[in-house]
Structure formats: C-alpha cells, structure tokens
Design a protein around this ligand. Structure first.
Ligand SMILES: [Zn+2]
Ligand SMILES: [Zn+2]
Length: 921
C-alpha cells in the first residue's frame, strides 16, 4: 500500500477535485427527518447574495465563518442544514438588464413589461448563477438540493399570501406620501437606500410681496425651482417681527398665485429670516406642515424630475434647467435678494448615484408598529440573542424609532403587488386578492387592471426563514428546522434584512412549535418561544485592507478573494480570515498572513509525507476507529512522556476549540489549532518519536509499530480537528490514510474529536515543559558558544528534585539528539554561578565546552534577564496584592500566579548570584 503524496502541496487541483466530489456525492443534502428523530438539529440560512453579485471579501469572510460553524456542528452529530439561494435583487438586476438594452439603443419601455421581464429571466439564466458557482469553488457545505431563488413559484406564492393576510389584518394601507424618488431608476427608494453626501451648494433668498401692502417677506431655499409649488409661507407664532402679518397673504412670484401666511413651528425665529416657504408636495417636513394646515399639495414634477404642467411656463424643463430659469426670472423681476455659499447634505440614490428628489406619490405601506413591538420583545426577552452584544442596543434603538415601511417600488422586476384596480371610471375600487379577481367586488365591472408596482426586495427576503421551509403549508420541515439556529451576517443589513425577518417571523409563525424531541435534543428549553426566525444572530466584522482602510473601487484597494485563492489556496485564505476574526474587530487583511498559512498547509503536508513513509515501512495494523470515536484520539496508547503529553495537550486544545467556536471566537480556535499542529505536533512530537520509528537501528519493532499507530491516530484526529477551517487539505490526507477507501465518504462526516477532560495529564505537560526548556536552553548555549552544528557537547545538569532528574534520565536520548549533546552528567551542586550556564527554577545546565566566555556579553545578557524577571515578578505581586482581583479571579488562576511568583523568586536569586560571581558592574 504505497501512500504517494506529491512532493509539494498544490492546492488548486486538490481543491477543485474535492469541491466537485462533495457536490456530486450530495454529501451535504439533508432529507427531511421523519417523526421520532432524536438527534439535535442545526439550521442556518445563507444570506442570499444578489443574482447580480460577484464574490467579494465580505462574502468570503461570511462564508468562511458559516462553513466553519456548519462543518463543526455536522461533525458533532447534528442534523445540519445550511440553506442556499439567491435574491432577485429588484433594482440592481433591472439596472443590469437596462444597461444591456442601452447598448442596443433600447429602453425597457420599447420592449414593454412582459418582454422585458422575459429578458431579465434570460439574463438570470445566463449570469445569475455566477456567485453560486464561486461558492461551490469555495467548498461551502450547503444543501444544493434545496437551493432557492426568491422569485421561484412557491416562494412567490408565499409572498402573495403574506401580502393579502397583512392587508386583511389592516396592516397594509395605501397613501400619498413623500418618498425618496430616484428619477433615473424611476422608483421610490427607502431611507436606507439613500446615501447622504456633503456638497458645496448655494442658499438663495427670495422675497415674496405681501398682498395689499408694499412689504415683502424673505425666505431662503437651496432648491429655488420648488417655489413653483409653494402653497404657503410659514412664520413662527412667537416671532414678533411677523405678528402684524398673521392672516395676510403673499403673491407667489412667477406663478402669480396668492398663498396664505400661516403660523407653524416649521419656522424657527433664530434661523435666517424666520420665515419659510411651504411646499407640501416636494419636502417631507412641508408635507407634514401641509397636513396640519390643510394646504393644497401641488406636484410640479413628473417621474423623470421634469417640470409638469403645474409648473406653468416652465413645463417640460429638467429640474436643474428649471432652477436656472427660475433664478434668472426672479433676478430680472427683482425678487432674488441674496445668494450665499452653503454646505448641504445631498441625498443620492445608493444604486445609481442620481440626486434623489422628495416626491409625493401613491404608495403601499406596512403599518409597522404592531410588528415592531413583538420584534422588540423577542430581542429584549432574550428569545433572540445578538452577538456581539453592542448590536443589540443598536437594533433596539432603531426598532423603537421605526417608521411605516413603504413596500411598493415602481419597477418591473420583482413580486408584483397582488392588487387590482377597477377600470370603471366612476368606481376605481382597489381589490387585494390571492388570485386575479373575475369582476369588481363593488360595481361588478369585469375590467380590472393589476397594480403595476412590485414589492421591495426585502419584503420577500424577510420571509425566507419560513417560506424556504414550505410555509404557508404546515410542513415537517418547518417543525424540524424552524426556528433556524443561527444567522451570520454583516452589520449593514441588520435593518434591511435581519429586523424584517424578526418582524415577519414573530408575526406569521406565532403559535408555531418546533418538534419537541428535536428541540430538547438541540439543547433548547421547552419554554423558548418558537416563533422567532432564528435563535441567535452573529454580526461579523468588515474586511479592510492591510492599512485598515475600507476597501473601495475609487481607492483602488479592493482585494479580490478569488485572486488570493488562486495564489495561496482556499484553505490558507479561509484560515487567514478565521485567525484574524476577533468578534467586533475589523480585519486588516494582509497577504503576508495568508502566505504564512500557506506555509502552515505545507508543513502539514510534509508531516503527512513523513507519516506515510513510516507507515509504508512499519505497516501498522490498526487504522483509526471511525464514526464511533468517543474520545479525542480513539485507541491512542499512552506509554512514553511524549505520548502522554501530546494526548493530554490534544484533549485540552480540542476543548478550547469547542469553547471558542461556541461563542464565535474564530481567531482563538484557529490559533490554538495552529499552535498545536505546528508548534507541538510537528516541531516536537514528530522529532521525539523518530528514534522509536527507526527500529532498524536496533530498536523494538513492536514499539515502533505502536508508535506508528499512535502517529496515524493522532494525525487522523488532528485532521478532524482542523477540518472545519481547512476542509480541502484535511480531506486529501485523510483519504490517503485509508488508501482512498475510507470508512466514510468524507472526513466532513467523521466525528469531531470528543473531549474527555479526565484525559488531561497535567503532570505530563509539566514534565514536558521542563524537558523542552532544557533542550532549548542547551540550544541557546550552543549558539552563544558558537559551537559548530556537527559538534556534540557534553553537558552538566543540576536537578535537585528527584522526579525531574529521573525524567531527564528517561529522556536522555531525546536531549542528546535534539540538543546536540554528547553526554549528560548530573551534578550535586548548583551551576547557577558558572559562566556559560543557564538556570530555570527546576534545573541548571552548563555546557562543557572550551571557549572563552565573553564576560561583558554574558553580563549584558544577565542584566537583561534580571530586568525581565523583576518586571514579571512586580506585575505578579501587584496582582496578588489586588483584593478586587483576588475576589473575582478563579482559584486556579490565583494558584498559578502564586506558583509563578515562587519560581521567579528562585530565578532572581540564581541570576543575582551569577552576576556577583562574574563581577559584572
Ligand atoms: Zn437610481
Ligand atoms: Zn368597480
């Protein structure tokens, strides 16, 4: 059985091969568990990327974290469902297709609605799968059999059902409202989709003549063209400058319309002249004031922000053209009295950058308060936990100040609102229904037309936690997988998406109960409310460039994850993101780190080659027991110190990894595994067992076989521990361990190392630390004495504790081999004062080597060491003298500090006596 691994690790080919294999074998598909199932369940919904999307670093981080958590749960025996899909992304997709059309010199209206939508579907078929293909290359362990698209018929059906139910419950209404209107996209957009930018603008002052007098009132505006739609001028009731004008009228210049002077708090005496123009159809605050005073709303623009007939002589002009003309005319007629530089926050469309126009229009709204109340309660009561905790307060603040949600969009691509208008002129009834009604319910007319608006994209994605599981049917999938367990997402969609899922989930799944046996097995108290869409939300950080700058196209510092993967491999890229992902901290992504983790993969690869070389020679009999593993390393035989030590350490690391992942401390988990695999396993364990494996030199063949079996078992367990972080290299080596014929189809289905705390062997860890200390001390001494690498030196060791001495005796050959030692002599007197010696609290060691010690250099070294010891001791004693700390710290920690303090005192003594001996100044 030859185990041929190529000399160097080439991630590219290996990764694509396994990624394809996982999909072909349907390894991550989850059939619906039947009643009676008692295994725990873990469910996670992939935040659906837009069909227009391309993978960026944010996705890469998000997907890495999800895949780690998902694989970890799957390996621990959870029925693990990770549900993938894409979002139809209304505006974004429509714009993409419109851009294509523009190249042919066409607009969407040239095609008409139906043809245009067909065109979008064609586009989706051709390009909409790009981002999922990229996910497949990453090896994301999702259930591809359950892949959804938000415009799928079953999901669209659920959307209609939700809309109609909300309408029937009185939670949906139509109303005139000032919305943010994008004249380019020709649609209303939500506050969240408007980007505010500070720009240098102007503030113009215009005077309006008071009717029946020679006086004027002066108002100021940054958008003078809107004066064409003014229906009042407001002053503050308390402003004495204007008391005499209460109840009078002004004549609106250019339009020759008489409009009233009203008193309203909209006008602030301390701001400008204290008088303001009121344009209810073109400003949200004026809109509210207009409602208070029953003012007419005069809409002067069309959907393209061109002037309509209400703008009188300016009809047909674009808004900026109209502005110029209005200003010129005001100037000419003597009404323009001032022009100042002014900085204003201009709202721009998040999608296309066009300046947003506040516009009066007929829209559909969700009355949000009743939905928000329960969504607030779900988080306040802890039914849903948000990690890191600071986002909880941000969520609550936002939810407590939420406005009704405008859900209609004037687009063609999306879920069309299930409402029909009666074409009968005298009727115009609006009917909301699940299916197209045959006739008008009011007048009986048969001519009905469906409302042309579609729903905001976030309306359908807000329903996904239950619609993807079969709602409105009461399916078994819902009973098993709802509530989903966890949501991992970015902060930027906390309100767009997360909050809406909570509102919809709590409302439509009210009264839902998860399968009791599964709920219990999954560790949830039966008192937990099951209407919530997920039990926990983890908000991940941002990935920035190496200088902590936000990535942006304009700065040109965008890092393309696919390019990084091409160069370093997916495993190394994933590991970088995991190792740097401390909760709540943005990641400063640097290629040098990724390069370091590629080296880590190489190290593992070379260790595997070493193992296989020995396996082929020694031919051990027992391969690791799979599936049923109940201890960290099943069947591991502890005999030597290095065996006891590595077994203990492995258990400890596995426990730390479990604890870290449970609270999303990905960086701690990754770093623990890294230190173990490289620092302990490769650098020490492999070196320590080499002589036992080389039985040909006169060793014991049975022992060699045992050592080799241990090695394979430890390697197997370490691969399983690492698998969620580096799925590809671990799969490759794991299959090689079983000669391509493993007991399970994939390491991803193998058992994650279970920890048995009683297997932690503190004595072995302490002894090993001393042994490592000794070897490192001698290596350092050799370096200082400039001993040629090939020359072996005799050493003298003073070890007053008998057990320590015995331990060193037992591991004599390891010290000799790993530290280049010829002979170890134990002495009965401290060597601390000897030049060219090293001291620790447990032993002194001295290299017997004829070379004049450089006294000055040695003194320098000792001085530094003494400083270090004193500093640590100082800190240590400060902590031990701190009552508050002592009261809070675990007993173990305090005990550890005391021990260390005693050690440091011994070390300080040794160091001082040597300084005296050498006569250092
Ligand atoms: Zn736009
Ligand atoms: Zn009718």
């Amino acid at each position: 059985m030859p185990h041929e691994l190529p000399k160097s690790y080439e991630p590219g080919a290996i990764e694509t091969r396994w990624a394809d294999y996982w999909i072909k074998e349907k390894l991550f598909s989850v059939p619906t568990p039947p009643p009676g199932e008692t295994r725990p369940v873990f469910t996670l919904l992939l935040p659906p990327p837009n069909v227009t999307g391309r993978l960026h670093m944010g996705h890469m981080l998000n997907q890495t974290q999800m895949d780690i958590i998902v694989r970890w749960h799957r390996m621990r025996g959870f029925i693990t469902l990770w549900l993938p899909g894409t979002d139809h992304a209304g505006i974004a997709t429509q714009m993409m297709v419109e851009r294509d059309l523009a190249k042919e010199g066409k607009k969407r209206r040239d095609l008409g609605r139906q043809k245009f939508i067909e065109r979008v579907w064609e586009w989706k078929k051709l390009y909409g799968g790009a981002i999922l293909d990229q996910m497949k290359r990453l090896g994301a362990s999702v259930d591809w059999d359950r892949e959804y698209f938000t415009m799928d018929e079953n999901l669209s059906h659920a959307v209609r059902e939700v809309f109609v139910r909300l309408y029937e419950e009185g939670l949906i209404y139509r109303g005139k409202y000032i919305v943010n209107w994008c004249p380019r996209c020709e649609t209303a957009i939500s506050d969240l989709e408007v980007k505010h930018e500070e720009v240098a603008g102007k503030l113009w002052e215009i005077r309006y003549p008071v009717v029946g007098s020679s006086q004027f009132i002066t108002v100021a505006t940054t958008r003078p063209e809107t004066m064409l739609g003014d229906t009042a001028v407001a002053v503050n009731a308390k402003d004495e400058r204007y008391t005499h004008l209460h109840g009078r009228k002004v004549l609106l210049p250019l339009m020759q319309r008489e409009i009233p002077i009203i008193t309203d708090d909209l006008a602030q005496p301390e701001f400008g002249t204290g008088a303001v123009k009121v344009t209810p159809a073109h400003d949200p605050n004026d809109f509210e004031a207009g409602k208070r005073h029953n003012l007419p709303q005069i809409d002067i623009m069309d959907e393209h922000a061109h002037m309509n007939p209400n703008a009188g002589p300016y009809v047909g002009l674009d808004r900026y053209e109209a502005r110029k003309r209005v200003l010129a005319d005001l100037q000419e007629q003597g009404f323009l009295v001032g022009e100042k530089d002014y900085t204003l926050a201009l709202g721009k469309c998040d999608r296309c950058g066009t300046v947003v126009e506040p516009r009066l229009s007929e829209q559909w709204f969700i009355k949000i308060k009743p939905l928000a109340d329960r969504a607030i309660e779900a988080v306040e009561s802890g039914e849903i936990t948000i990690v890191p905790d600071n986002y909880r307060q941000i969520y609550l603040n936002w939810m407590n100040n939420i406005h009704d949600w405008c859900v209609s969009r004037q687009l063609w691509w999306g879920h069309r609102i299930p409402a029909w208008t009666c074409s009968n002129e005298g009727c115009k009834e609006v009917i909301v229904a699940r299916e197209a009604p045959a006739k008008c319910s009011k007048c009986g007319g048969a001519k009905l037309e469906q409302v042309s608006d579609v729903l905001d994209t976030w309306f359908s994605s807000g329903l996904l936690p239950f619609t993807t599981l079969g709602w409105p049917e009461k399916t078994r999938d819902l009973a098993v997988f709802y509530p989903t367990t966890l949501l991992i997402t970015a902060y930027e969609i906390l309100f767009f998406w997360v909050a809406r899922m909570v509102m919809f989930g709590c409302h439509f799944m009210q009264g839902h109960e998860q399968d009791a046996a599964i709920k219990k097995a999954s560790g949830w108290s039966d008192k937990k409310n099951d209407s919530v869409p997920f039990r926990q939300v983890y908000i991940h950080a941002l990935v920035r460039d190496a200088d902590r700058q936000k990535m942006s196209k304009t700065k040109g510092n965008v890092i393309d994850p696919l390019e990084i993967i091409e160069r370093f491999g997916t495993d190394a890229t994933r590991f970088t993101l995991a190792a740097m992902a401390a909760p709540g901290t943005d990641i400063a992504f640097s290629e040098s780190r990724t390069d370091g983790y590629r080296a880590f993969a190489n190290k593992i690869w070379n260790a595997a080659r070493f193992m296989f070389m020995n396996v082929d020679r020694i031919k051990p009999e027992r391969l690791p027991a799979m599936g049923g593993a109940r201890t960290a390393i099943d069947g591991f035989q502890r005999q030597t110190l290095e065996d006891r030590w590595i077994f203990s350490l492995f258990n400890r690391v596995a426990k730390d990894v479990d604890e870290a992942l449970a609270v999303y401390r990905f960086h701690e988990a990754a770093n623990r595994i890294y230190d173990f695999f490289w620092g302990a396993f490769c650098d020490w364990y492999l070196e320590l067992i080499k002589p036992r494996l080389n039985f040909e030199g006169g060793g014991d063949k049975t022992d060699a076989r045992k050592a080799c079996e241990n090695l394979v078992k430890l390697f197997d367990a370490s691969l399983r521990l690492l698998h969620p972080f580096m799925p590809f290299i671990t799969e490759e080596i794991w299959h090689a361990i079983y000669d391509g014929n493993p007991p399970l189809k994939s390491i991803a289905l193998a058992r994650y190392p279970d920890v048995t705390e009683s297997q932690v062997d503190i004595a072995a860890e302490v002894e090993m630390a001393i042994l490592q200390d000794l070897i490192v001390s001698v290596r350092n001494l050799r370096a200082e004495l400039k001993v040629e690498p090939k020359v072996k030196v005799p050493i003298e060791v003073f070890a007053p504790e008998l057990e320590i001495r015995a331990m060193i005796e037992q591991n004599r050959s390891a010290v000799e081999r790993l530290a280049g030692v010829e002979k170890i002599t134990f002495v009965e007197e401290s060597l601390a004062k000897r030049a060219g010696a090293r001291s620790t609290s447990r032993f002194d060691v001295h290299a017997v080597y004829e070379r004049k010690i450089d006294v000055a250099a040695e003194c320098e070294r000792l001085k530094k060491e003494l400083e270090k010891i004193e500093k640590e001791l100082g800190n240590n004693q400060k902590q031990l003298g701190n009552e508050q700390f002592l009261a809070k710290a675990p007993a173990q920690v305090v005990e550890g500090l005391r021990k260390r303090a005693a050690e440091l005192v011994v070390l300080r003594e040794k160091c001082r006596s040597k300084v005296a001996e050498l006569g250092c100044s």
